[in-house]
Design a protein around this ligand. Structure first.
Ligand code: MSP
Length: 524
């Protein structure tokens, strides 16, 4: 076990409302943080907003605001959404904060002094929405290879970062650190598409607009947004500042999560900047794919955007968090469809989980007046089989989660839910009651409660309210019974009483009606 866990999300462009795709990374990061917290590690999560650059300047103008007014409002909006989604970040950085800007300037100066940055002239094609320069050959049909939009030819005096100098060192690092990039195929993409063909030096300043951090010694230049933005992961910790306690404690990051569109910046430029600063590299950079709609990317013009707030309001936060993590395989694109959402809700959450809890609570009430029977610790064949299954599922869950295969690790929990439901059919408690086989009936009730307790612990990192609700309905109050240490044993649940009347944690939805509802809100 580590003693600390530092996880970061990308810092978001504050250019509009966040849809469920944007919310995905943050839910993922928060859930991973909660998992480490559950294991007793000191976890720290950073998120924030990426507020400089031409795109933001333009957006602010359109909104009749100064750029700073505009970005502050957007950062507030982001924080409100994260609060609604119960994202427990430890720090939210805005790149227009002084604590960030000052350090970026220091870093830039250091790169100049070291000779990593030199002055030259840049001519290339620039895509404003992506804030990226491309060479002629990188364009696809004369358009931006990333977003497909028009690009403009730009020529200007610029500073360059000498990427070539670090290319071999980076390749060697990739080779020697198998956990650095996940999933592994992203590493091969970087090597084959960018490093092997020859890394270009990176243009790191602009003079044609103003909304950025100025180069101290040459203030007509502003620092390229990506050099500015990437360093947030260390400036937020106080790197090169008077108080660098957090930096000393948390750097290198244990996990940096990024979407596939920004993989190149994080897998090539970011490690090279860190090498140039003589700093250790993050342990893992996890590149996730995208949440798509049936007809491709989510976009306002297609009328297929879905915002998290509306889902949360109607279906509750936990079902949204569950859906995002369960439906997105991380290494492939996932699809949001109203049908898939309603199906997961009705089958996984309502039929499988909610019913298991409900049946258990009502049987403990019926057969033992709500008192959870004590376990004598000698399982019969059926119970033994169930215990072994549960323990092996916990192992599988843990292994997959630690490898950031989140969707499949959650599947392992639901396999346990299904197996526990099946156990009711196998043991037939109603028959045991009829035949007055009290010891067997006691063992059965005990195992149902105990498995539900384990399931609640396992889902706690991503469905906290549901986990708490399960503990409450089972009458489990002791904190130690809700934590990771007490997960792998069949423990004594002493003097516990389930609530008198179970409450469904998820109510079955009328599928057709809800699918219609979701389709309509997407159109709106
Ligand atoms: N500002 C940069 C990041 C700088 S980090 C130093 C940026 N911002 S963004 O707001 O455009 O995107 C933030 C994150 O949201 C990215 O990781 C991006 O991949 C992710 N997503 C945007 N749309 C998404 C989906 N539809 N699905 C999943 N993730 C999505 O890039």
């Amino acid at each position: 076990m580590n003693d600390k866990f530092y996880v970061t999300t990308p810092i978001y462009y504050p250019s509009g409302r966040f849809h469920i795709g944007t919310a995905y990374t943050t839910v993922l990061a928060d859930s991973i943080k909660q998992y480490h917290k559950l294991k007793g590690e000191e976890s720290y999560m950073l998120t924030g907003t990426d507020e400089h650059g031409q795109k933001i300047e333009k957006k602010a103008k359109e909104a009749n605001k100064t750029p700073k007014e505009y970005v502050d409002e957007m950062a507030k909006m982001a924080k409100e959404l994260w609060a609604k989604m119960e994202i427990e970040y430890d720090d939210f950085i805005q790149t227009t904060e002084e604590r960030h800007e000052k350090i970026v300037q220091k870093i830039f100066d250091r790169f100049m002094e070291q000779g990593d940055i030199y002055k030259g002239e840049y001519e290339g094609w620039y895509c404003i929405p992506c804030e990226t320069f491309f060479t002629e050959t990188q364009l696809v049909d004369g358009k931006c290879p990333d977003c497909g939009r028009e690009v403009g030819l730009m020529k200007e005096e610029s500073y360059f970062f000498n990427m070539k100098k670090y290319a071999n060192r980076l390749l060697k690092y990739y080779e020697e650190h198998a956990d650095f990039i996940k999933p592994e195929y992203r590493k091969n993409e970087m090597i084959n598409n960018f490093i092997k063909p020859g890394l270009e030096d990176l243009c790191v300043t602009r003079t044609s607009f103003d909304w950025g951090i100025k180069v101290l010694k040459d203030p007509k230049h502003v620092i390229y947004v990506w050099l500015d933005a990437l360093t947030n992961y260390i400036t937020a910790l106080g790197y090169l500042s008077e108080d660098d306690q957090k930096f000393k404690k948390y750097w290198p990051a244990d996990l940096q999560i990024v979407g596939k569109d920004i993989a190149r910046f994080h897998l090539i430029y970011w490690p090279i900047f860190l090498m140039a600063l003589d700093l250790p590299l993050p342990k893992t950079i996890l590149v996730h794919n995208w949440i798509m709609m049936k007809d491709g990317k989510m976009s306002k013009s297609k009328g297929n955007v879905i915002y998290p707030e509306i889902l949360i309001e109607r279906y509750g936060l936990d079902s949204v968090r569950y859906f995002l993590l369960r439906e997105m395989p991380v290494s492939q694109d996932g699809i949001f469809s109203p049908e898939a959402f309603v199906e997961r809700y009705n089958f996984d959450l309502c039929n499988d989980l909610s019913n298991l809890l409900n049946r258990t609570v009502s049987m403990v009430n019926k057969y033992f007046e709500g008192n959870i029977p004590l376990y004598n610790g000698t399982p019969n064949e059926v119970d033994k089989d169930l215990e072994e299954y549960a323990l092996s599922q916990i192992e599988k869950f843990d292994e997959k989660w630690n490898n950031y295969e989140i969707a499949t690790s959650i599947q392992e929990i639901w396999n346990l839910v299904a197996r526990t439901n099946k156990y009711i059919d196998e043991t037939m408690p109603w028959a045991l009651a009829k035949e007055e086989q009290t010891e067997k009936l006691k063992a059965c009730m005990y195992h149902l409660v105990e498995n539900l307790r384990k399931i609640a612990i396992l889902i706690k990192p991503f469905m906290k309210d549901t986990a708490d609700n399960i503990f409450r309905q089972l009458g489990i109050q002791e904190e130690k019974m809700k934590n990771w240490e007490n997960l792998k044993i069949y423990d004594k649940i002493e003097n516990s009483k389930v609530i008198e009347k179970g409450e469904p944690i998820f109510m079955r939805l009328k599928a057709e009606e809800e699918v219609e509802f979701l389709k309509n809100i997407m159109k709106k």
